[in-house]
Design a binder for this molecule. Structure first.
Ligand code: NAP
Length: 254
C-alpha cells in the first residue's frame, strides 16, 4: 500500500506514528510539506516516509489518499486536484459530506473516517462510513473500527468525538485541584490518569450492562460520589454537556 496525506497536521502525525508502531507494512508514505515542522519530524522517523511539496504529486504517487486538511482549506484546494478513478480516498474532514466530496474530487471511491489522536498508540474507536473492507483493514491496525452505513447517523459520532478536549479538561482541573491542595504535580497527574484509565477499563468490560448501572453502582447511599453527582446535576452540568453535543451536531449535520 502506498499512502499519501494531503495535510500534515495533528491527525496526520498521529496516524503516521500509529502506522509506524503497527504491524501494517506500508511501501511508502507520502506526506505534504505543510506543516513543515511536523513533516520534517515525521520524515526522520522512517525511510518509508517522504515529504512532497506538491499535493498533486502526492496523489499521483499514492494508491490511497488521506485528506487531512481543515474544511476551509479543502474547499480551496481540492477542486484544483485530479484524483484518478483508481485512487482510494479517505476523508477525515469533518464538515464536507460524501456527496460534495464526490463532486469536488470527481471520484466515487471515497470513505469518510473519524480517527482520534489516540491512534498514535493504536487505540481508540475509528468510525468509517460507508463500510469498506480495504479502509477497515487499514484502520484495524490503528484502533477499533466501527462501520456506520448511514452517513447521517455517522455525523453523530463527530459530536461525541468532540468530547476529547472537555474530557482532558476534567483531568486537568482535577489534577490542578490536587496540586493546589498541596499534592506534588507528578503524584497528582499520575493519580488522575490512573483513576480515569481504571474507570474506562471497567466501563469497557461492563458496557453490555449499560453505563447507567455503573453510575448507580459507584454511589454509596449518601456517600461522596452521590454528593458530587447531585451537586453537578443541580448546577445543570450534564444538561449543558448534552446541549454542547446538540450544538456540534447541528454544525456537522449541514
Ligand atoms: N485532530 C483530530 O483529532 C481530528 C480527528 C479526526 C478528524 N480530523 C479532521 O482532520 C482535518 C485536519 O485536522 P488536524 O487537527 O490535523 O488539523 P491541523 O493540525 O490544523 O492540520 C491541518 C494541516 O493542513 C495543512 N495545510 C494547510 N493548507 C494546506 C495546503 N494547501 N495543502 C496541504 N496542506 C495544507 C496545514 O499546514 P500549515 O500548518 O502549514 O498551514 C496543517 O498541517 C480536519 O478536517 C479535522 O476536522 C481531526
Amino acid at each position: 500500500m502506498i499512502l499519501g496525506f494531503i495535510g500534515t497536521g495533528k491527525i496526520t502525525s498521529s496516524i503516521v506514528y500509529g502506522l509506524l508502531k503497527s504491524k501494517l507494512k506500508t511501501k511508502r508514505i507520502y506526506i505534504s510539506s505543510r506543516n513543515k515542522n511536523i513533516a520534517k519530524k515525521l520524515e526522520r522517523k522512517s525511510r518509508v516516509i517522504k515529504i512532497m511539496k506538491d499535493n498533486q504529486e502526492i496523489i499521483n504517487k499514492s494508491s490511497t489518499i488521506i485528506l487531512a486538511v481543515t474544511p476551509a482549506v479543502a474547499n480551496k484546494i481540492l477542486k484544483k486536484l485530479k484524483f484518478n478513478k483508481s485512487k482510494e480516498i479517505i476523508s477525515l474532514i469533518s464538515t464536507i459530506n460524501l456527496e460534495n466530496l464526490k463532486k469536488i474530487t470527481k471520484n466515487k471511491n471515497i470513505v469518510r473516517a473519524i480517527p482520534l489522536p489516540s491512534v498514535e498508540i493504536n487505540k481508540g474507536p475509528i468510525i468509517i462510513c460507508p463500510s469498506n473492507k480495504k479502509v477497515k483493514n487499514l484502520f484495524n491496525h490503528l484502533g477499533k473500527v466501527i462501520e456506520i452505513k448511514n452517513e447521517k447517523l455517522s455525523y453523530k459520532f463527530w459530536s461525541t468525538a468532540s468530547l476529547m478536549a472537555s474530557f482532558y479538561e476534567i483531568l486537568n482541573i482535577s489534577s490542578n485541584w490536587l496540586i493546589k491542595k498541596g499534592i506534588k504535580k507528578n503524584i497528582a497527574n499520575s493519580y488522575i490518569a490512573e483513576l480515569f484509565l481504571s474507570l474506562s477499563y471497567d466501563a469497557k468490560d461492563k458496557k453490555k450492562g449499560g453505563f447507567k448501572k455503573l453510575v448507580a453502582e459507584s454511589q454509596t447511599p449518601n456517600g461522596l460520589n452521590m454528593q458530587v453527582l447531585k451537586e453537578l446535576r443541580k448546577k445543570k452540568f450534564y444538561l449543558k454537556w448534552i446541549k454542547a453535543l446538540d450544538v456540534v451536531n447541528k454544525r456537522v449535520s449541514k
